[in-house]
Each structure stands twice: as C-alpha cells, then as structure tokens.
Design a protein around this ligand. Structure first.
Ligand code: ZN
Length: 499
C-alpha cells in the first residue's frame, strides 16, 4: 500500500469511522447477520465520501472535523439514549432551548466530542503530508464507487431502506430535512383565528384562567392517578380533577406545546404551525394575557412555541432558564404569578410554561425536598441506579405538586380555573432516558381545578362527571375556551371537559 499513500490514508479513516459510528448505529438497529451485512456495506458506502472530500484540501479541513464532531454527538444519542437519527430529532435539537440542551450534556458526551476533535486533528495533520493522487486513480475509484452505488440500490436488502442509510449519509440527510422543515416553520404566515371565526363571551364576568404547560410528567407517577407512592400530597387534598392517561400530541416539547395550544387535532394536522393559539382568542375578548416561562424563550421567529408566547401581552422568562447549572424550580415562578394576579384587570389568562420533570430530574427540586432516597444527583446515567433514577423522578413530581399547592392557595379567593397538561411523559429506564418512542412517553396527566367560588358552576360539575373519560391533547384548545365561557362555531363542545 506504500505505492498508494492517499488511498491507504482514506481506507484507514473509513475503517476507523465505520468501526466507531456505523457499528454503533447499526448495532442499535439490527442484529445477527443483518448487522454484519449492513456494517460491511457501510464501509464501502462511506469510502467514496472520505475519498472525494480528501481530494480538496480546504473541503477536507472543513468537512472532516464537522463530520467527526456531528457523528460523535449523533452516536452518543444513539448509544446512550437509544435515540433515532431523523428529521424530527433534528427539529427537536434545533428548537431545543439552551437549558434543556445543557441538561443532557454529561461526561460521556464531552468525552465523545473530545475523541472526535483529537481524531480530526490527527487526520488533518496527516493530510498535510499527502499529495493528491493522480487523475487515473481518481477515475478508477469514481467508477468503482458508481458501480457500487448502482449495485447497492439494486440488491440492497429490505432492512436497509432509505432511512437506514449508513453514517454519515443518514446524519446529513436528517440534518438537511430537519433544517429545511425548521426554516419552513419559521416562514409560515400564521392565520389569525380571530380573522376567520367570531368569538364571544356572553357572560363577561371576572375570571382568571391559569393554563399550566407541564414538562415530561408521566400519568402513572401521580398518586392522584393511583400510583402507590406519595407523590401528590397537595393534589390529593385539593378538589382538582385528574384525567388519567391522556394522550399527548407528540413526544417532544417543540412539537407538543404548539399542538396543545392550537386547534390541531394531532401533529399531522398543520394547525399547530399555521394558526394562532387560544391566547389570541382570550386577548381579543378583553383578557389581559401573560406568558410566564421557566423554559428558555427563543425570539419569536425561532420556534413555534415562541410565536405563541409572542401572542401574549406580557412575556416573562425566569432567569433560571439562562443560568448554567442553576436549579430550575417551578415554584420560583410563584411571585410572578402573584404579580399578574395583583394587576387590576378583571379577566386574565396566565400561561405558565414549567420545567416540571425534564431530565436532569435532580435540578428540579432542592436537596432538602428530596423525599425519596437515594436519588440520582449525578447526570451520568451509568452511575445512577434504576432505583435512584425513579426516586429522583418522583422527587421532581413532588416539586410539581408543591407548585400546584402554591398556585391553588394564590387562587383560593379568585374566580379562577386552572388547566394543567404535560407536554409528554418520560422514559424511566436508565439506559434510555431520552428515548421518546415508548407509550410511557405519550401517556400524560391533564388536571383541571376550579376555585371554590366556581364550584357550584355546571361546568365544574361536568368536569367531575367526565373525569374517567379518555381524553387527549386535542381537548385542551376546546376545553380551555369553552370552560371560560367562550363561544364560537370553531369550538368543538364535544371536546370540552366542561360539557
Ligand atoms: Zn417537553
């Protein structure tokens, strides 16, 4: 191979890259002989990639480190969190707020990226010593690559369908599609529902509606829903009505939240991205509106949730959401809710975007509030036992319950309705905490509470009567508006818990 120094160099890069990335990628997807075939094919499939970018020094210096570092991150999510490499994963990453992102950075991810940087440096240095091969070599390799691609497309087995392309193609394909969709979402001109339908509220009585967007709360970890552990002491003694196992619209925050607040029936119904939310409806009927968030708010053009937040009169983001390593307690939002309640407006809609039980669980409660022990202080899942992981999660559920306790106390003397829904659930297996494909991730609690002043209302009686009904996120738009007494031909009373 001394005669072909460039080809030997590329073969070595391809071998190392395939052995690390494609063995992990296909290892998560396939087993037995399927894995071996896919892995061997991936070697030949990625060879032309490295061969051709290597021919142009500037391109190589740019693309090699980029491919290595992106692949390190993708491989980490596949291996540690059992995540898939897809367009949706890319949108979720692009629209993830920095705090959520920081919460998943652990020593393993950092070490993967460091290895990628070191390997890149070695390859870039080695490339400076090499000359470009003669044209006839390139023609031979190009011809072989083309023949291989043709044969591959013709003979590829069923399990290697288009979404199972090898690395790095699968990663770039997902990145391209995800970013394209993100840009499309950014440029959508949303339809104002108040322009296409009429809304009225005949009984213009004073009312405060607090809509709480929960985070990563599973339905089956609430004592009020029958969980054996004491996770919801405040909810248990309140008059809150819990709807068990409601079905979430999507398994990620960036898709689920817009779906919850708009007329979308599900994530395949484009209303979540191209129509305004119920916030605008309340505003048009004279409600003063707030968006209080414990999660980072993007500028309005950066995510669909931020576009909805921008419909509110007042937007407030807690500083916790931008401090590295800070505890993000939802009870820290209480003073801001109090301030909103103290304003003279007689009709209010207060949207509260909590941080709930998002991983990393331990940063969602104070050490002195850790009721279940031992718990998992460490972000390293490998150092966290299954028992400690569940304890940590249940401690975060108690923190949400404490938030409910404070909220109900603040609203005790108001004419108020609280509607809570978690955006999605959470996986609780310490091997795949960020896996979003199981049913546990879609079963969420929806909770409705009426203040004492409104408990004689027929609507409240209906909320209680409907408590065993199986509902889903599509009920939220219709229930929130209908329970507040808003009428319109686009409000589906059949999807209101107040009917
Ligand atoms: Zn979420």
């Amino acid at each position: 191979m001394k005669k072909y120094p460039y080809l030997s160099f590329i073969l070595l890069i391809t071998l190392v890259y395939s052995c690390i990335c494609n063995s992990i990628y296909y290892g998560a997807l396939l087993d037995g002989h399927k894995f071996v075939i896919a892995f061997v094919l991936s070697f030949f499939a990625s060879l032309p990639y490295w061969y051709f970018i290597g021919l142009f020094r500037a391109l190589f210096y740019l693309l090699l480190p980029l491919t290595f570092i992106f692949s390190a991150v993708a491989t980490y999510f596949v291996k540690v969190h059992n995540a898939e490499i897809s367009k949706m994963s890319v949108i979720a990453i692009v629209e993830t707020n920095p705090h959520e992102a920081i919460d998943v950075i652990d020593k393993t991810l950092v070490s993967y990226v460091i290895i990628a940087i070191i390997l890149s440096a070695v390859c870039l240095y080695a490339r400076t010593k090499l000359k470009r091969p003669p044209l006839q070599h390139n023609i031979v390799v190009l011809t072989l690559a083309l023949l291989f691609a043709l044969a591959y497309n013709f003979f590829k087995p069923e399990y290697l369908h288009h979404s199972n392309y090898s690395m790095p193609y699968v990663m770039w394909n997902a990145t391209h599609k995800g970013i394209k969709r993100h840009i499309e979402l950014k440029n959508i001109k949303r339809i104002a529902l108040t322009d296409v339908a009429t809304f009225e509220r005949k009984d213009d009585s004073p009312l405060t509606v607090v809509f709480v967007i929960g985070e990563s709360l599973r339905s089956d970890h609430l004592h009020i829903n029958g969980y054996e552990r004491n996770t919801t002491p405040y909810l248990d003694k309140s008059e809150a009505v819990a709807y068990k196992d409601a079905i979430a619209c999507a398994a990620s925050t960036s898709l689920s939240v817009p779906c919850m607040l708009t007329r979308a029936n599900n994530i395949h119904d484009d209303s979540w991205s191209n129509e305004t939310s119920f916030v605008s409806i309340f505003k048009s009927l004279g409600f003063e509106t707030w968006w209080l968030s414990n999660q980072y708010n993007f500028r309005a053009s950066e995510s669909t949730t931020a576009l909805i937040a921008a419909e509110a009169d007042h937007i407030f983001r807690h500083k916790n959401s931008i401090i590295w390593g800070a505890k993000t307690l939802d009870t820290d939002l209480a003073p801001y809710i109090k301030d909103a309640l103290a304003t003279p407006a007689s009709k209010k809609l207060i949207m509260v975007h909590t941080y709930g039980s998002h991983w990393h669980f331990d940063s969602k409660y104070m050490a002195e509030d850790a009721y279940f022990k031992p718990y998992c202080e460490n972000k390293e899942l490998s150092e966290c036992s299954q028992e400690a992981l569940v304890n940590s999660y249940d401690n975060s559920v108690r923190a949400t319950d404490k938030f409910f306790g404070e909220l109900f106390l603040m609203l005790a003397n108001e004419r108020a309705i609280v509607i809570y829904a978690s955006d999605h659930g959470s996986e609780l297996d310490n091997k795949e905490i960020l896996n979003r494909s199981s049913k546990d991730v879609l079963n969420v609690p929806i909770i409705v509470w009426f203040s004492p002043a409104l408990r004689q209302d027929a609507r409240y009686k209906n909320v209680v009567k409907n408590s065993s009904k199986k509902i889903d996120h599509s009920y939220l738009f219709h229930s929130t508006t209908d329970c507040a007494g808003i009428e319109s031909n686009i409000i589906d009373k059949g999807r209101s818990v107040c009917r």
